[in-house]
Write a protein that binds this ligand. Structure first.
Ligand SMILES: [Zn+2]
Length: 264
């Protein structure tokens, strides 16, 4: 089982129509034809996509791929429609403080995605800049309140979530478990599953602009080379985050802005 991490899927060139904006947000947004190409490649090589709505549905089947989408931007509607065309379903993780704001899903749209067989989960209330630096009380509130809002909207107790910004720590998982989350996705590029207080923690392979459909499909198939490359890169980034803290965020933003200025 391999989990892919996507963010927004947007019409060509319209990166500001969905999700968070700012220097570093757009690199995670894919245009509709690009995402369609990913699905075509994945669909031709992977037998099935799976959805995990609770810990009971986590298995070790090697052949399936999971599609996850963070933040709750309006582009989820494009993503869901395309997934359905290929017979797939996705997991949509919603930042609940942003529900109903422009560029973000409305409550009724979230309910509709749930009705269509997609899994809805929490991505915290406010998307803290560094989730792992929050106090235990803050984490409790972020998980419990976001789950309450989403469970009310879907008419069912929801049990899955993803960690904002990939800022994972054991405390983040412990508080998620205490809030009733059974499946928690972080951003570590691995297929290993760990358990924290009964909550299953799953890694994900992040997809961003510039990654070819072929590479994404190779990752989805579990091929070793592209996954190893991502694992190496991710661990270098993790070290930089630990050493640099908020300096890392600042540096990342300025590098991206410089890159954008250079290429535009
Ligand atoms: Zn996020």
């Amino acid at each position: 089982m391999i989990t892919l991490l996507y963010h927004d899927v947007v019409p060509v060139g319209q990166f500001s129509t969905s999700g968070f904006s700012g220097g570093d947000a757009d690199i995670y947004k894919l245009e509709i034809p690009v995402f369609r190409e990913h699905l075509g490649e994945i669909g031709s090589r992977v037998e099935s996509s799976k959805t995990l709505a609770s810990a009971a549905t986590v298995g070790d089947d090697q052949a399936s791929v999971l599609f996850t989408f963070d933040d709750g931007g309006r582009g989820a509607l494009h993503a869901a429609e395309l997934l359905e065309q290929y017979g797939f379903r996705g997991h949509f993780f919603i930042t609940t403080d942003w529900i109903g704001k422009s560029q973000f899903l409305a409550l009724a749209e979230i309910r509709e995605l749930h009705t269509r067989g997609h899994v809805i989960g929490s991505h915290s209330c406010s998307h803290p800049a560094r989730m792992s630096s929050c106090s235990r009380a803050q984490l409790d509130e972020q998980w419990r309140e976001s789950l309450r809002v989403l469970s009310d909207a879907c008419g069912e107790r929801l049990r899955v979530a993803s960690v904002p910004g990939g800022y994972y720590s054991r405390k983040v998982a412990e508080t998620a478990a205490a809030a009733g989350i059974e499946v928690l996705f972080n951003s570590e590029p691995t297929r290993e599953i760990i358990r924290v207080d009964g909550c299953m923690v799953l890694g994900r392979y992040s997809v961003q602009q510039g990654l070819s459909a072929d590479t994404v499909a190779c990752i989805a198939c579990g091929q070793w080379a592209p996954r190893a490359q991502q694992y190496l890169y991710w661990n270098l980034k993790k070290i930089a985050k630990q050493v640099g803290g908020s300096y890392y965020l600042h540096l990342r933003k300025s590098l991206l802005n410089r890159e954008r200025a250079r290429t535009s």
